[in-house]
Design a protein around this ligand. Sequence first.
Ligand code: DPP
Ligand code: ZN
Length: 883
Amino acid sequence: TTLIRREDYQAPAFWIRTVDLTFDLDPAKTLVTAKMQIARNSAVAHGPLRLHGEELNLLRCLINGESVSFRQEGAELIIDNAPDADFALELRNTCAPEKNTTLSGLYTSGGSFFTQCEAEGFRRICYFLDRPDVMAVYTVTLRADKAKYPVLLSNGNLLESGDLDATRHFAKWHDPFPKPSYLFALVAGDLVAREQRVRTRAGKDHLLQVYVRRGDLEKTEHAMNSLIASMVWDEARFKLPLDLERFMVVGVSDFNMGAMENKGLNIFNTSALLASPATATDTDFNRIESIVAHEYFHNWTGNRVTCRDWFQLSLKEGLTVFRDQEFSMDMAGSPSARAVCRIADVRQLRAAQFPEDSGAMAHPVRPDSYSEINNFYTATVYDKGSEVVRMYQTLVGRAGFEKGMSLYFERHDGQAVTCDDFAQAIADANPGSALSLRLEAFKRWYSQAGTPRLQARGVYDAAAQTYTLSLTQHNPASPGQEHKLPQVIPVALGLLSEQGQVLPLQLQGSTEVSNEQVLVLEEAQQSFVFVGVASEPVPSLLRGFSAPVLLDDGLTDAQLLVLLQHDVDAFNRWEAGQRLALNRILAAVRSGTPLQLDGAFIQAMRAVLRHPELDAAFKEIALTLPGEAYIAEQLAVVDPQAIHAAVEAAQVQLAAALREDWITAFEANQIQGGYTPDPVSSGKRALANLALSMLVLDAQKSGDTVWPGRAYQRFKDAGNMTERLGALAALVNAHAELAEAALARFHELFKDDALVIDKWFALQGRTPEKDGRSFARVRQLLQHPDFTLKNPNRARSLIFSLCMFNPAAFHRADAAGYVFWAEQVLALDAINPQVAGRLARVMDRWNVLAEPYRSAALLAVQRVAAKPDLSPDVREIITRALA
Ligand code: DPP
Ligand code: ZN
């Protein structure tokens, strides 16, 4: 496999101005005719026309209507004698959609046709310059059997449709916006649509459609509402309107990603689209809202302005994740609900991106090289990329950021650009800002991998009434990056008195006094002196998680307790509680002694749970212990069993010590009346579910049968999936006797709903280990008639659940978990390399495992590496793991 390097970028030798595609759709053999208008790029020296093509059967190749000689070399079609003047190229080829299990290119699912072209799927449909800087205007004609495929969709606007003969019909679409090939899409099948006409602020009318299979229509209301809310929000916040008459969203159950932002024709994994109260949880409702928004927002950040090359992926993904996170916060409403959104995003970053950034696959937000771009749709590009965009906003302010966005579109609408172009636009719109003064240093966030360590130490001088805060940063080495330069780290902070009152902030030499400030650390070490500090302060640092770093603030338990009780910043209030828990878990893991929670910690947690003003959603996240992956990040040598044992002990002890409070919390957070997924009710359901799981867990230890019985009753009677799944999970995770009956009943109830059966598999894949039973169950479930590796959602629900989210069941002393992983990676690789590549990532951090896990994990990685015909996807991941 070859390594592609960012520094080797060259503009294309040819431009494709327009493309006219005709599809004769047939599952076994689809005929594709492509007519393109091509122009030489005068900026590039004379050379052959090289088109990408994969697994295609070429039938015809004409230039200006005449046959021309060509060569096929690997996955390229090469025409050596292409004219210097503009010319017409006509190509004809076939492809085999029903044999396409990779779900990249054109494929069939449930008897319909779908496409997925990002990143390089278009070349699996026809020969093309399949790179994002080649933008063409598409006209697409679809021809197919009328009875089997009554709906024929492609990007843009419908020009014409009608019958071809007695059995076949056609539809012709035109997209007026030039676009890269990765945004092409077609759908053909027996689908139905929910429709809504809307008028934008600008007074334009649009038709919104959500297409799904018959029977799923009633599950599209939430997606439609989310789409309308996204439109309204983007116009209000960034003045970005919808630019097409028609905007379509289509659901498909076989899909590699969450969703895809094809111009005017978004294609969604049904898991990110369909919801009803009876079948989807609050988490699903939230996820759908944010993914519908994400894909819609791509229409500007990604489609109108796209990426010059795939190294710039975060240009569109980091920015669009930032936009969907801002949208979700604005939708949440209250300050507390906003904070809960922020906390959830940071938890996700810490669970997935931090480990990535310290493992074999660590890469900068703008990677320097790849061999398979599909491997770089990562937490770093997406979630760290979003944090980088958030830092721009922190440095230039909200209004300044909006000005920067306007300038970005003014300069680059219709272009394929780079992360540098974005940075420059934000900086140029904000001359003299904290960003513009240090733009080059700030851009190290794009070029340096790794999570910077930020150390903060404060010294109070009572006589001088000064407080000196010393900040030190260090970014450990990453693969290929031995030494790193200091990064620009915005540190939002406030000071509290030891009684919890806000202390005003005034930097030495400044006349400005405020309650909160953003310090900008740019050197390896810097000190900041605050004057007029009346008493020894407790610093509240990195408020709202103002930079994606690992903070060591050296605060004592007493100081953390002040923050937990009094900080005005809800994020840091939560963080203080997490730190108290983390310190205790780490102490137990490091000393190898069983965890024993102390009275002060339990009392603090009780105070949160009983607090009269904090809302349920906040209590639930505050009472949830830090994730095992994030705990592992704090340790140089990782013993997953020791971490799990400590977390489990903390859970059991919190369950017992707060039993009466859990009962109160459960009773107090019951919701009467119908289901709505709003933040207040979903917060109450989340807390009630947590309380129930604690009560069932405690009952398992004490032998009490009342709470398992109540959980089973609630499971049976629940009026919505959030409560039903919560009760089921309480029983299953505690290994309660009633769990078996409940699982069987759940399966019987939902056997016809694939997305719910995914939950049934996932719950079992994630069941905390007890005597090897959870692992054994997963092995057994592989044989279940409902299980298949071919459907990515199903494969993820069982296999990824075990390997990625169930460390204690996966990391076994007998190495059976690793053997299982190797088997599944190889089996998946033969079907779907993209999904296999994702599963291969599980071993990114084999190197930091404690023995005996480390040696056993290495053997499993080597076993996969020994397979000669691995996909480039898996080969790259495995090669990096062994580097
Ligand atoms: N579909 C993926 C996303 O929206 C890739 N663009 O992030
Ligand atoms: Zn995206």
